[in-house]
Design a binder for this molecule. Structure first.
Ligand code: NAD
Length: 475
């Protein structure tokens, strides 16, 4: 049993003022495997006061000090590898191999990227007689979702620590244990008291008081658009800075000259990875009319080979989705897809055979999808591929951009000129050509309803800074 019913405030594990706890459920068994504190506004107040009392001191630490701190975090994070993998496999239900190769690695990469970005980051720039100075914004509230427990938290924490901002973190109540291990890591390496504070609990009890607290100068949020909009509204009361990383409905454009086998493989993995619970999932698959039938055969073959099941089994590629709400929502989208006239090529409603316990979903492929259908416009957040056809590249670009979202977009093919034409025409913040790996020093964030701001590496540090101009500094 995982058990941490205390909050980490001002460098210590302390009782929550609420005296209430919450169960944490393993989505593969539907049973509770852990308990956390169900924090309240008073816990947030204590955490904010702790962060506020040391923000000037932390802001004024040297770059070298913060770089060393991040380096120590990297080392201790590596020491806690097995614990992190175990916790994420239990709380998120990701296959043990994905917990290691994706989740563990992504979290680590952000601490390294922020550390390395400090090598060349300019906090001071001379312009004639004048100085442009960047300094930490002050106390930051960090609110994160469940789908990438180490990634989403580490992105924000690494950027804040590198900038010199103190923080109050509220991780998702569905996946709190990876964040609890991070707290233990920071405690072990001696992150100064008050710089990092962790308040566990739900959105109303903890997230809401964070967005309302006047001592918090910025809120960095990753999660759904609904919650993002509530946070923005609250932040508007005292003009807090906000950074929002929200949802997506990203297009995967397969070009006519693509290697069909490789393109199909890539397209399938962009939909089933993390059981489809990925903000940048390539869930709208755009294929030329001319190769539609051959492509459908290929993706059916690839998708049906995906092994779904117990996340503890190292041969499993896809585990359950996070909870019953998510399960039901995906079932509903599949039903709507059928009702609106799309064709189910694989999967469909219900659980995969032999997996009655746990929130398991059948990997599903829809063809004959029109881009205006619900399944092409709404974020399903499950392993559901919607295949849409196009007649020429210009039409593909038009369809790709015809969405309220603009987080990611993908293109796969051979001719470099066409690949570059499509990549630059996408209205989205994160683009990949031919599955080229994304590097942690590249900016990450969305256009349109996918969010406001950019994270990762030096862009992630900028988020936690204010800019000051001092005229006459060098007279
Ligand atoms: P969510 O919005 O339900 O919850 C996110 C966090 O906000 C949780 O910690 C939750 O407790 C908290 N919260 C809930 N209500 C709140 C309130 N009223 N005030 C303050 N905080 C509140 O999102 P989720 O279901 O955890 O995550 C899934 C969503 O996240 C998807 O839409 C996905 O696309 C998005 N996401 C985006 C990115 C990105 O980088 N753009 C990355 C991952 C996930």
């Amino acid at each position: 049993m995982f058990n941490q019913t205390k909050q980490y405030i001002n460098g210590e594990w302390v009782e929550s003022h609420s005296n209430e706890t919450m169960d944490v459920i393993n989505p593969a068994t539907e049973e509770a495997f852990g308990k956390i504190a169900k924090g309240n506004a008073q816990d947030v107040e204590d955490a904010v006061n702790a962060a506020d009392s040391v923000y000037l001191e932390f802001r004024n630490t040297s770059i070298e000090y913060r770089q060393n701190l991040l380096n120590d975090i990297v080392k201790e994070y590596e020491n806690r590898k097995d614990d992190l993998i175990k916790a994420m496999t239990l709380e998120l239900g990701t296959p043990i191999t994905t917990s290691e190769n994706v989740h563990y690695e992504m979290g680590l990469s952000h601490f390294k990227a922020a550390r390395d970005a400090l090598d060349s980051f300019n906090f001071r720039e001379r312009r004639g007689d004048n100085l442009v100075m960047k300094e930490a914004i002050g106390v930051a509230g960090l609110i994160t979702p469940w789908n990438f427990p180490t990634n989403q938290t580490s992105i924000k924490l690494a950027g804040a620590f590198a900038a010199g901002s103190t923080v109050v973190l509220k991780p998702s109540e569905e996946t709190p244990f990876a964040a609890i291990i991070l707290a233990e890591i920071f405690d072990k390496v001696g992150v100064p008291k008050g710089v990092f504070n962790l308040v566990n609990g739900d959105g109303l009890g903890v997230g809401n008081p964070i967005s309302e607290n006047e001592k918090i100068r910025m809120v960095s949020f990753t999660g759904s658009g609904n919650t993002g909009s509530k946070i923005m509204e609250k932040a508007s009361k005292d003009f807090k800075k906000i950074s929002l990383e929200l949802g997506g409905k990203s297009p995967y454009v397969i070009l006519e000259d693509a290697d069909l086998d490789k393109a199909a493989d890539a397209a399938v993995h962009k939909v089933v990875g993390n059981s489809g619970q990925v903000c940048i999932a390539g869930s709208r698959t755009l294929v030329p009319e001319s190769i539609k039938d051959a492509f459908i055969e290929k993706v059916k073959e690839k998708m049906s080979a995906i092994k779904v099941g117990d996340p503890q089994d190292a041969t499993v590629e896809m585990g359950p989705v996070i909870n019953s709400k998510q399960f039901n929502q995906i079932q509903e989208f599949i039903k709507i897809g059928e009702q609106e006239g799309a064709t189910i090529e694989l999967g469909g409603e219900g659980k995969p055979e032999g997996l009655e316990t746990g929130y398991f979903i059948k990997p599903t492929i829809f063809s004959n999808v029109d881009n205006h259908m619900t399944i092409a416009q709404e974020e399903i957040f499950g392993p559901v591929m919607s295949i849409i056809t196009y007649s020429d590249v210009d039409e593909a670009i038009k369809i790709a951009n015809d969405t309220k979202y603009g987080l990611a977009a993908y293109v796969y093919g051979s001719d470099m000129d066409t690949l570059q034409k499509v990549a630059t025409a996408f209205e989205a913040g994160v683009i990949e050509i031919n599955e080229h790996p994304r590097s942690a020093d590249m900016p990450f964030g969305g256009y349109k309803q996918s969010g406001i701001g950019r994270e990762w590496g030096d862009y992630g540090i900028e988020e936690f800074l204010e800019v000051k101009s001092i005229s006459g500094f060098f007279q």
